[in-house]
Design a protein around this ligand. Structure first.
Ligand code: HDE
Length: 733
């Protein structure tokens, strides 16, 4: 029988492109598929279909150790999902620095541009469970494990540069509020419910993050098209012991793009694995996703230079004040061999550091340093999770830690302590010069107290900065997102209080949202604005200042700064039926492929389709099983018989109309134009496809004769590079 390309044997082939981690993982790849089926003890199995019975129709026997082993293993296949970030997708890759960063850090993997450091990345949503949709409105986790020669360095970040809360103490409350409500476990993977907005409306420090989560950043087009951030301020320390503050950034080379909320809702039904599939397919196709690692470097002397505190994780450092230096590139080039073994069992920890990188006193980061090991202990079942292949470092590991559940390492000898004379005191402690980790000797003194620095008390200026830095279309989407979210919130006083909080950022924003909800923005609220304070908090802490004045505008905060982008890896649907014009289809395919995009044939059914001249093309997707939300643009191919047939299929008409509604580029050649004229595409102002068959681009609908398909393609590619035709949005939604 032919082997499935996803089988272990073929994966082993894939592992040939070697690096230290690939070689390390290969030790654990199950051998070949040759040989007999066996039990876990290696006993060949003769009958894997029937349990052992007392007679053909008799009861099964307890003695059946083969049945028992198989069922017992199955019964224990699941481990607890992550309490947050349960839904994730992962990939392997490499990182290379562009030039030595020795000036700032002694971290070994940031010294030599010739060195390729293996990485494993896991992207995730935060609130939903393991099986939830990829397209939830949510923050995305962006966790990178660098397998460096000095040990693992984990950069455990998100796709937004700030967070909801300023202190780890509040994390369980935040997560309890956003997770499905505990009495009925509703809703799944959604923040649009009362408990979330109740908590947020009482916790004004979340205002800045709320702007991000309500923006299109929370519904990415692809995991390959989003930024990543370390959020907290970290330190870089160089060979001389000099420290600089640093903010970590990941910049996607494909630019930043999102889907519309209406699309997200549809994709969640059509393909809840949309992001996971997109990442997987891109890597399988050799379209390796790439990000540049960026540093925002701040000298120690500038610690107090800004009107926000560098230790406050609800604030970002505007790129206009401190530019992002792009210092290296990460390329994801290999899919996991086994989802559970790698993506599910990978264990990140912001405290996995290498010499040359260190923490700051950000109180959110400090709490995280406890949480990650603690959670892995229960999730992965004990203290030896560092031995799981995906987690083990490529750097040598020697210590006196012993035993525990599922210990894999066999530590010989009788010495399991230090100092010792029986084994020459080995393994020896490493002097700093030899790579021993030494914490940055920051001077710390102060009274023991539960308190928040007054420098953490401005909650609205950066929220206003983010809001006012958006383009008009992005700004409108924030208003619509808030209307949707608060519209799903049933408790009137929570909605009203939240509107009041919004009015502290911008009164126009609050009244736009209120208008959509059919209620008024309250002019005052009972009691203090901030209830996320200790019982004996000072009155000032309870009344954060409303933002007034002119907001700081930071261009980098608008996603449209990365548009127009190229069309690499964009997926275009060609609507085709029997009798299509093959010259048009071929020309379109050639041009799109040359630009790095993909043309997929969408037909009324599976199998193959015949052109008017008798040529056959295979159908990539059949209309009943796909939808235009799964594509970036649509081309209606010419050919009278083809377009006549398509116009009789409601799903074909809906396909184009929906792409049009979602502001996507549309192209048609020859009789494809007549097809468009029978759809809603022709009924809206300013967007009528030209009737004459000369090449024209009318509001992102590009048309022309069959024979002009290459020229149509060129204009179509330009529109596709804009990602969306936003000018169309008001007319269609
Ligand atoms: Fe996490 N977070 N987190 N987090 N986090 C976890 O660790 C936690 C925070 C982030 O793909 C957990 O292994 C606390 C900020 C990512 O496996 C847990 C606080 C940022 C992932 C945990 C935060 C993150 C996690 C759950 C507030 C961005 C997924 C499973 C003090 C900088 C990693 C696990 C993966 C996962 C705790 C806040 C990023 C429970 C207590 C801020 C990307 O330990």
């Amino acid at each position: 029988m032919k082997k499935d390309p996803g089988s272990k044997a073929s994966s082993k082939g894939k592992l040939k492109a070697s690096n230290a981690k690939v070689e390390d993982l290969s030790k654990n790849l199950e051998g070949t598929d040759d040989g007999y089926l066996s039990t876990n003890q290696g006993l060949p199995i003769n009958d894997n279909q029937n349990s052992l019975k007392a007679g053909e129709r008799g009861p099964s026997l307890l003695e059946d150790f083969i049945l028992r082993e198989k069922i017992t293993h199955f019964d224990h296949e699941r481990i607890p999902e992550r309490i947050v970030h349960a839904r994730g997708s992962g990939a392997h890759g490499v990182f290379q620095v562009y030039e030595s960063m020795a000036k700032y850090t002694r971290a070994g993997f940031l010294q030599d541009p010739a060195v390729e450091t293996p990485v494993f990345v896991r992207f995730s949503t935060v609130a939903g469970s393991r099986g939830s949709t990829d397209l939830a409105r949510d923050v995305r986790g962006f966790a990178v494990k660098f397998y460096t020669e000095e040990g693992n360095f984990d950069l455990v970040g998100n796709n937004m540069p700030v967070f909801f809360i300023q202190d780890a103490m509040k994390f369980p409350d935040l997560i309890h509020a956003v997770k499905p409500e505990p009495h009925n476990e509703i809703p799944q993977a959604a923040s649009a419910h009362d408990t979330f907005w109740d908590f947020i409306s009482l916790t004004p420090e979340s205002a800045h993050m709320i702007m991000w989560v309500m923006s299109d950043r929370a519904i990415p087009r692809s995991l390959r098209m989003m930024e990543g951030f370390g959020i907290h301020t970290f330190r870089l320390i160089n060979q001389k012991g000099v420290s600089h503050f640093v903010k970590f950034h990941w910049k996607p080379l494909l630019g930043m793009h999102s889907v519309l909320w209406d699309e997200a809702l549809r994709i969640s039904g059509c393909d809840p694995d949309f992001h996971r599939r997109d990442l997987w397919e891109a890597i399988e196709n050799g379209d390796f996703p790439e990000w540049e690692l960026g540093f925002q470097i701040i000298p120690e002397k500038d610690e107090h230079k800004y009107d926000f505190d560098l230790l406050d994780p609800t604030k970002l450092v505007p790129e206009d004040l401190v530019p992002v230096q792009r210092i290296g590139k990460m390329t994801l080039n290999r899919n996991p061999d086994n989802f559970f073994a790698e993506v599910e069992q990978v264990a990140f920890h912001p405290g996995h550091l290498v010499p040359g990188i260190d923490f700051t006193n950000d109180p959110l980061l400090q709490g995280r340093l406890f949480s990650y090991t603690d959670t892995q202990l229960i999730r992965l079942g004990g203290p030896n999770f560092h031995e799981i292949p995906i987690n083990r470092p490529v750097a040598p590991l020697h210590n006196h830690q012993r035993d525990g559940h599922m210990r894999q390492m066999i530590s010989p000898g009788r010495v399991a302590y230090e100092p010792n004379s029986l084994n020459g005191n080995a393994p020896l402690q490493a002097p700093a010069k030899a790579g021993g980790f030494v914490s940055y000797a920051e001077r710390v003194d102060g009274a023991k107290l539960r308190a928040k620095s007054p420098s953490f008390s401005d909650h609205f200026s950066q929220a206003a900065m983010f809001y006012h830095s958006q383009s008009p279309v992005e700004l409108k989407h924030i208003v619509h997102a808030l209307r949707f979210e608060l519209g799903k919130c049933d408790t009137p006083h929570v909605r009203e209080r939240m509107l009041f909080v919004l009015s502290q950022i911008d009164e126009g924003l609050a009244s736009d949202v209120a208008q959509g909800l059919g209620i008024k923005v309250p002019t005052k609220i009972d009691g203090p604005l901030n209830l996320a304070v200790g019982a004996d908090a000072k009155p000032g802490e309870q009344q954060p200042k409303k933002f007034t004045g002119k907001a700081f505008i930071s261009k980098a905060l608008s996603m449209l700064t990365t548009v127009p982008g190229d069309v690499k890896t964009r997926k275009v649907a060609a609507l085709v039926a029997d009798g299509f014009d093959d010259s048009g289809l071929a020309a379109m395919k050639k041009s799109l492929t040359a630009a790095g995009a993909m043309l997929k044939v969408v037909g009324p059914r599976g199998g193959t389709l015949k052109s008017s001249s008798g040529k056959e093309v295979p159908v990539d997707f059949a209309l009943p099983t796909t939808a235009s939300v799964l594509f970036d643009a649509v081309y209606v191919c010419g050919g009278e018989a083809s377009t006549n047939a398509l116009s009789q299929i409601p799903k074909a008409v809906e396909f184009v109309e929906e792409a049009f509604k979602h502001c996507k580029a549309i192209a048609a050649t020859g009789s494809g134009i007549d097809f468009l004229q029978q759809t809603r595409v022709d009924t809206l102002p300013g967007d009528k496809p030209a009737k004459e068959k000369v090449v024209s681009n009318s509001g992102g609908v590009v048309t022309g004769a069959d024979s002009a398909a290459s020229k149509v393609a060129a204009a179509f590619i330009e529109v596709l590079g804009q990602h969306r035709v936003w000018e169309r949005e008001d007319a269609v939604s």
